[in-house]
Design a protein around this ligand. Structure first.
Ligand code: F3S
Length: 284
């Protein structure tokens, strides 16, 4: 059996940087309380390992308000300004692991204040990255995640419309939604802020899935970028399987495949990809 592992599978630059920062803090500050604002990545294995090393997760602003001492690590998704404000008010040490590509969007949105425009974020309303971006906007802001929302979008015609995107949004869907909004006759400025890491991972996954008998997509079950990868692969290859770790490998019916592809979402550590790869090679 031939096994093709996508080169772009697994941690992207921003996630690797964020996870490394947490381990760095654990080493440097053994006796201090270390917190991450939300799980550092959508991967249960990594989160469990960090918990065992004493890192606690803060899940809400209310919880953050009650912490008066320690180090708070902001994950790669970023957060809104109010989270920094609470941490600063409580004299917490902030270690900012917001991905530079997300920071760029925060700046765009903040600067739009001077243009008095309407901000459109193409993305998933409930995604923490989108919440963070929204948290830097002082302008009217609309999140658009599907065709219906794009069609019903309305803004003050006298204002410019500035469109940005969640970094992990599907590129084709972004283009399609922008097309719908563009037809409405606004003075529109579209900034494609989709991260290349996602685009490359999606394009490579699509190409591999189109040429294999079975495709394995590895990632945490709450990882939206893994879910998107799965959707893309499933369209190309009907035998596409979504697994979290090596333990789910039995779900994959690979017996009759002569060529298997493997890719993984942005929060999947390398060792899990390697384990799956080795197992598929050994077992089938
Ligand atoms: Fe950053 Fe792109 Fe990853 S925005 S967190 S490098 S997917």
């Amino acid at each position: 059996m031939e096994v093709i592992v996508a080169k772009s599978a697994g941690f992207c630059f921003g996630v690797k940087r964020a996870v490394d920062k947490v381990y760095e803090q654990i080493e440097k500050h053994e006796s201090e309380n270390i917190y991450t604002y939300g799980p550092i990545i959508h991967n249960e294995e990594v989160v469990k390992d960090l918990e065992q090393k004493g890192v606690k997760i803060i899940n809400s602003k209310e919880e953050l308000k009650s912490i008066k001492k320690g180090i708070i690590i902001i994950r790669s998704h970023g957060v809104g300004k109010d989270v920094y404000d609470i941490a600063n008010a409580n004299n917490l040490e902030i270690v900012d692991a917001t991905c530079p590509f997300v920071l760029k969007i925060h700046k765009i949105v903040q600067n739009e204040k001077n243009n008095d425009s309407h901000i459109v974020i193409i993305g998933n309303e409930n995604h923490p990255e989108v919440e963070g971006i929204k948290g830097w906007s002082s302008n009217p802001t609309t999140v658009i995640g599907n065709e219906e929302e794009a069609k019903s979008f309305e803004a003050d015609k006298s204002k410019k419309v500035c469109v940005v995107s969640q970094t992990t949004f599907n590129y084709n869907k972004f283009k399609y939604l922008v097309e719908i909004i563009s037809k409405k006759g606004y003075d529109i400025n579209v900034l494609d802020t989709i991260c290349n890491a996602t685009h490359e991972r999606q394009a490579e996954a699509k190409k591999i899935a189109a040429n294999v008998d079975s495709m394995i997509v590895i990632g945490g079950k709450h990882s939206s970028n893994t879910q998107k990868l799965y959707e893309i692969c499933k369209k190309e290859c009907d035998n596409t399987y979504y697994i979290q770790t090596i333990e789910d490998i039995e779900l994959c019916k690979l017996q009759s495949s002569s060529c298997v592809g493997i890719t993984a979402g942005a929060s999947t550590p390398n060792y899990i990809i390697e384990e799956v790869h080795t197992n598929v090679r050994a077992e089938f």
